[in-house]
Design a binder for this molecule. Structure first.
Ligand SMILES: NC(=O)c1ccc[n+]([C@@H]2O[C@H](COP(=O)([O-])OP(=O)(O)OC[C@H]3O[C@@H](n4cnc5c(N)ncnc54)[C@H](OP(=O)(O)O)[C@@H]3O)[C@@H](O)[C@H]2O)c1
Ligand SMILES: [Zn+2]
Ligand SMILES: [Zn+2]
Length: 340
């Protein structure tokens, strides 16, 4: 027998949500039933809100407790605190899956596909895509690691930056404030690049060595060659002056495109890009290996998000979404269930 699960669904208004229920399937042999304790609210939820039909349940930073186990699940026990991420399934048998790039599998099932997302009281999930939360990490602090954390960690790995490198993090929001922490722990020199001078002190507190206001960019803005960046992690959800940012890179530098801009990317100085072998690289979260390594690294270095708590209700979600897309969040809104 399946489950009737209470959840919070989208409406036609991106700032309004409604309580709903949906039917989840009965537990498959590899599935677990997770009772939700917390779910982070990511800018991607706001973006997807306008792309999915009204009535869709979003949320992809869920943390909860395992209440039921499928007959063949051996790696978890009832009561384990666990989370799941963007990747819900894949073929487990292609070159991408076999090399640890399962999140690039052609048969991948990624959020919000497949339902059973995070803004709900529970979810039925394939246990192969569920991660045990390390001891000492509370649900509300673990939640943002399931998307924001693994996304910036994955981008660091894909960039190939070494501990001697210099990193610029653009946009100090949900992803950006974690990117500062991960990059600092990696050993790099870290610069926060932000439109919000009010975030400067906190950015330094998250691990940035210095802070640049992108409001100062323009023709007169120069940066010495030795101060340029090996890697820029761009977490902004808007169009930037791409040429301006590419000139901040050292030769062979990489501009990691994490944020989803509202439009195309236009680079005018293509010759400069070629002559200095600069790259713009798209990057998306990570799969089973990446989430597991990220959790280990975050625990080792005591990396924790700065969280704003909201009730796990339709109003709580609306308030968290508004706080995120109006750039008021400091730094990640998380819905927290009442029985915490
Ligand atoms: N690739 C992936 O796998 C992946 C995964 C998760 C999220 N994302 C995307 O990553 C982006 C960031 O997500 P998030 O949850 O961290 O969002 P967020 O909390 O809203 O942070 C984005 C930050 O960008 C800066 N910003 C906002 N508007 C700007 C503008 N017009 N110009 C310049 N900077 C601006 C702000 O930082 P300052 O105040 O410091 O300027 C803001 O805090 C979103 O586009 C999201 O969809 C991608
Ligand atoms: Zn996300
Ligand atoms: Zn595959």
């Amino acid at each position: 027998m399946g489950y009737t699960i209470k959840a919070i669904a989208s409406t036609e208004n991106p700032e309004e949500y409604v309580e709903t229920t949906y039917e989840a399937p009965s537990l498959g042999e590899a599935d677990v039933y997770i009772k939700m304790k917390a779910c982070g609210v990511c800018h991607t939820d706001y973006i997807f809100q306008s792309m999915v039909p009204p009535g869709t349940v979003l949320g992809h930073e869920p943390i909860g407790v395992i209440e039921e186990l499928g007959s063949k699940v051996t790696k978890f026990e009832k009561g384990d605190l666990v989370g799941f991420s963007f990747l819900k399934n894949c073929c487990l048998d292609c070159p991408e899956c076999n090399s640890g790039d399962d999140y690039l599998c052609r048969k991948r099932v990624m959020f919000p596909e497949g339902g059973n997302n995070g803004f709900a009281e529970a979810a039925v999930v394939n246990s192969r895509f569920v991660y045990k939360i390390p001891k000492g990490l509370e649900a509300k602090d673990a939640a943002p690691l399931m998307c924001a954390g693994v996304t910036v960690f994955s981008a660091l790995i894909q960039s190939g930056v070494t501990p001697t490198g210099r990193i610029g993090v653009v946009g100090i929001g949900g992803l950006g404030h974690l990117a500062l922490q991960f990059s600092r722990a990696w050993g790099c020199h870290v610069t926060a690049i932000s439109t919000s001078p009010s975030k400067k002190e906190e950015a330094l507190g998250f691990g940035a060595h210095d802070y640049i206001s992108s409001r100062d960019f323009g023709e007169d803005f120069v940066i010495a060659d030795e101060d340029k960046y090996d890697v820029i992690l761009n977490t902004v959800s808007a169009k930037l002056n791409w040429d301006e940012y590419l000139t901040l890179l050292k030769p062979a530098g990489k501009f990691m495109m994490i944020g989803i801009p509202d439009g195309s990317i236009e680079v005018k100085d293509v010759v400069g890009m070629i002559m200095d072998r600069r790259a713009v690289v798209g990057t998306i979260l990570g799969g089973r290996s990446m989430v597991t390594s990220m959790l280990e690294f975050a625990t080792r270095h005591n990396i924790k998000p700065a969280v704003e708590e909201y009730p796990f209700t339709a109003t709580g979600l609306a308030d968290a979404i508004i706080s995120c897309h109006t750039n008021k969040a400091r730094y990640r809104g998380v819905l927290v269930a009442e029985d915490q």
